[in-house]
Design a protein around this ligand. Sequence first.
Ligand code: ARG
Length: 461
Amino acid sequence: MASLWGGRFEKEMDSLVKDFNASIFFDQRMFEEDIDGSVAHVTMLGKQGIVTEEEADQIIKGLEKIREKIRSGEIVFTVDDEDIHMGIESRLIEEIGDVGKKLHTARSRNDQCQVDARLYLKKEIRNILNRLIYLEEVILDKAEKYADSLTVGFTHIQHAQPITIGFVFMAYFQMFKRDIQRLQDTYDRMNLNPLGACALAGTTLNTDRHLTSELLGFAGPTENAMDSVSDRDYSLEFLSDASISMMHLSRWAEEFVWWNSSEFSYIAIDDSYCTGSSIMPQKKNPDMAELLRGKVGRVYGDLMQLLTVMKGTPLAYNKDFQEDKESLFDAIDTWKASIQIFANMLEKTEFRVDEIQKQFAKGFLNATDIAEHFAKQGIPFREAHSIVGRMVKKCEINGCDFEDLTEEELQEIDSRVTKDSLGDISMKACVDARMSFGGTAPAEVRRQIKVGREWLESVDL
Ligand code: ARG
């Protein structure tokens, strides 16, 4: 089959070259957007008198027929189609005859592939935002449920301070909130229409790029034709948004793996989100959490691939840029599925609050709280820190807790310290008192949940 661009060629493409050159096998997933772009383009050509209104109508009807045939599976693309743009255009010409040849006036595949990719990515960003919002709702509900439930706060994977489970949830809430905001920023910045930039320098025909922008739902046309066909920074922004968010998911997934281990036993992941072993009958493995952790590697790879493709490429379009799609699609698919799986797993996960309590005896979780009691009594914090440090040492030698130190032992450590001066150092009292803005006290976490809910409801898609 002769290609639509075959006029100046005397030989057919080598069959290896055909395969190597084709993007149809991956870019056909943008067929809806390609047709939407063409409909808007030819509507504009008709309004501007570049083609007649009747010709525009005929072409639009033809395009809609092609859309139906692709949807129903009647059209199956092959390597001869080369890419989705020519695949659709050649079917259109087959369908409606010579008038179809007018569609490609005042545009190029260089702007066409960009309008397709931007429309496609905008649609998928909205899907991803919806999923992130669902994840945030699950987090808020769980944070509320566990607002009073105590757990161990770690630094360096060492017992640090008592906190609430709700507080942990709200920490992740903030990360995904920023992921949502980052994605919204990316969306707003990329929401400009490259259609009509043509090959690189615009056209001599009297086109109206503002009209096609309006018809396609873009905020306006891109400013510079050459830039429009030759940068992929919007995809790179998306890929870095995806990488950051996948990194957040992987951190929580990692915690899930730990919490689910027999050493921790903090959580019970629902059976439907675990798998078994083919040899060890007792096993219930947290495979989804592990896979989520692993999937991040793909998305980082996608980002690095496109950064590398773009590096050092001169203006304007280069065929290298065709390599922008598979990594973008892979990141979209991976991120989307990962958010959904994680949100569902989270929803089905219960915390074993009684098991968690058993850990409170280890690690002197309330040490900082005692030092703060002393500071409130006028002892400079540096001295208070050192006193509690010596108390810890004593407890370690005795094999006991702060509460077990005798009056004499305390006095020996520092004359200002008595049993009474320790105050209420139960885990609950320590947590309840951490009322500083952003702190872990249940009342403060409830404030964070309230603000979080208000923000989530205000998110505009
Ligand atoms: N399939 C190409 C891509 O995705 C479309 C643009 C091709 N343009 C060209 N002049 N060869 O980048």
